[in-house]
Design a protein around this ligand. Structure first.
Ligand SMILES: *[C@@H]1O[C@H](CO)[C@@H](O)[C@H](O)[C@H]1NC(C)=O
Length: 483
């Protein structure tokens, strides 16, 4: 029996057994019961489950299970899906989305590195179309190792809980709610959840072979609920130096490869690289250095690996400077490794969002096309790949609202054209999605960032009302986290 001495336990101490049996929202507390008692309590629990209770009681007894958003997120996080092993989570999503009235295509993705069956999940509402103008997309693979789902009072833990199953779950619920509330028609939004984002981007790149295109694509990654202005590019450089081995006492007989590579790295480390107002400084990291075999041997070979996060406009702006810097240095050879990607500038022309510049990579450059690009999602990249990956439940709810506002904002901006179809019931169509005149897709915005410090600011006059309607109830009983 392991108990944490936290104030919540003092509150619980009167009835810890009941608490365990009912799965009150204290499940983050690790209370181990003897097996006999546990079985007994499970019996009681299953009897209670047969009693019809008012929904507010259900919300107290099982806050996760009674929330469509939290239970979808829990189910996603509970399924291991480290890159290369995404079949099970894809099949789960297929079943789930079909049950919610979506038409689902499992799109096989083949890669020599990953021999198992893998599928991108592409879905659109029944009666809608494959070519809906707005795509909500994220990824279903995670980095290793798998970490099981764990429910806390306010926070959920587990691999993928943040990156990116929080985005997947909130995008799906946002689409369901937009449809149910008739903010969009069936042919407005499609969903795509890809494999392989954490490794080589093969899932998203595969979409380029399918002759699909969108007017606007909303990418779901942890952005702390802010609209990303973009993310830095990445280039990796491998540097080798060749010398000639000899006795360290007679350096004039050898050529020291370490000395060469030190010269090169010193120059790179002090290189002034271009930045941009939107993405900030280009940064250079000397990640790996190796060279030599023993202290008393002149090293014949040395190597280093360097990663450059590009805040400039283009990779080439940095490439020229790096190559120039290394030109005069004797005995070194530098090779750009593949793949590299250019900085990504995202659209962020929607009112009511704070903005953020990011320094991590996404699938955005892997999807070809002239679509507008939005990048938004719950959670922080700072916990995304760690062993304490987590997401706040309130952030999941905020993200649902955020994705809905983004979709409505895109529609209000008239940047997309929803295909015109005869509508049997025109009164059921929300005015904001009436077929609108085509305007050229707005090119990437590179204007000065305008910080809008009012995340609640309404998208339009009706938005205030909508926000009221969208208020989600979720239970927070104790003022402290149980974990
Ligand atoms: C960017 O670089 C400049 C000059 O090297 C430095 O003063 C500044 O602090 C850097 N900005 C950040 C955010 O690191």
């Amino acid at each position: 029996m392991r108990l944490y001495a936290s104030p919540s336990l003092i509150a619980l101490s009167a009835a810890p057994l009941v608490v365990h049996s009912l799965q009150l929202p204290f499940v983050g507390i690790d209370i181990q019961l003897p097996a006999v008692l546990d079985t007994h309590l499970n019996n009681i629990k299953s009897q209670i489950a047969q009693i019809q209770v008012p929904s507010f009681i259900n919300k107290i007894i099982d806050p996760t299970g009674s929330s469509p958003l939290l239970s979808l997120h829990r189910d996603l996080v509970s399924i291991p899906s480290v890159s290369g092993n995404e079949e099970q989570v894809a099949r789960f999503l297929e079943t789930y989305l079909q049950s919610k009235g979506f038409k689902v295509e499992l799109i096989p993705v083949q890669s020599p590195e990953y021999p198992k069956k893998r599928y991108n999940v592409f879905a659109y509402p029944e009666g809608g179309s494959r070519s809906a103008p707005i795509l909500l997309t994220s990824h279903i693979d995670t980095v290793p190792p798998f970490i099981p789902f764990k429910d806390g009072l306010r926070t959920v833990y587990g691999r993928g809980s943040c990156d990116a199953k929080a985005s997947v779950a909130s995008q799906i619920i946002a689409a369901e709610e937009l449809l149910a509330q008739k903010h969009i028609t069936e042919d407005t939004v499609s969903l795509l959840f890809v494999v392989g984002e954490e490794t080589n981007g093969d899932g998203m790149r595969h979409m380029n072979t399918l002759d699909l295109k969108w007017d606007a694509v909303v990418f779901g990654e942890p952005t702390e609920l802010k609209l990303a202005v973009g993310h830095k590019g990445l280039a990796m450089l491998e540097i080798e130096a060749k010398g000639r081995a000899s006795h360290s006492g007679y350096p004039n007989l050898g050529v020291n490869a370490n000395s060469h590579i030190i010269n090169a790295l010193y120059k790179l480390d002090n290189l002034k690289l271009p930045s941009s107002d939107l993405l900030g400084n280009t940064t250079l990291n000397i990640g790996i250095m190796s060279g030599g075999v023993a202290a008393n041997v002149i090293p014949a070979y040395a190597s280093a690996e360097v990663a450059i996060r590009i805040g400039a406009e283009h990779f080439t702006d940095v490439k020229v400077l790096v190559e120039d810097a290394l030109k005069g240095i004797e005995g070194v050879e530098a090779t750009w490794k593949h793949p590299h990607y250019d900085p990504v500038f995202c659209d962020h022309d929607l009112e009511g969002f704070e903005t953020i510049a990011l320094s991590y990579g996404t699938d955005i450059p892997n999807l070809n096309g002239n679509h507008k690009k939005y990048l938004y999602g719950p959670g922080s990249i700072l916990v995304a790949h760690g062993d304490n990956e987590k997401i706040d439940k309130s952030d999941l709810y905020e993200a649902v609202k955020g994705y809905k506002r983004i979709v409505k904002g895109i529609l209000n901006a008239k940047a997309v054209v929803v295909a015109e179809k005869p509508k049997p019931k025109p009164e059921a169509v929300a005015p904001s999605v009436a077929p609108i005149v085509a305007e050229p897709v707005v090119p990437v915005v590179e204007a000065e960032v305008e910080k809008v410090a009012t995340p609640e600011a309404p998208v339009n006059k009706d938005a205030k009302k909508n926000e009221e309607e969208e208020k989600v109830e979720y239970v927070t009983i104790l003022p402290i986290d149980a974990v």
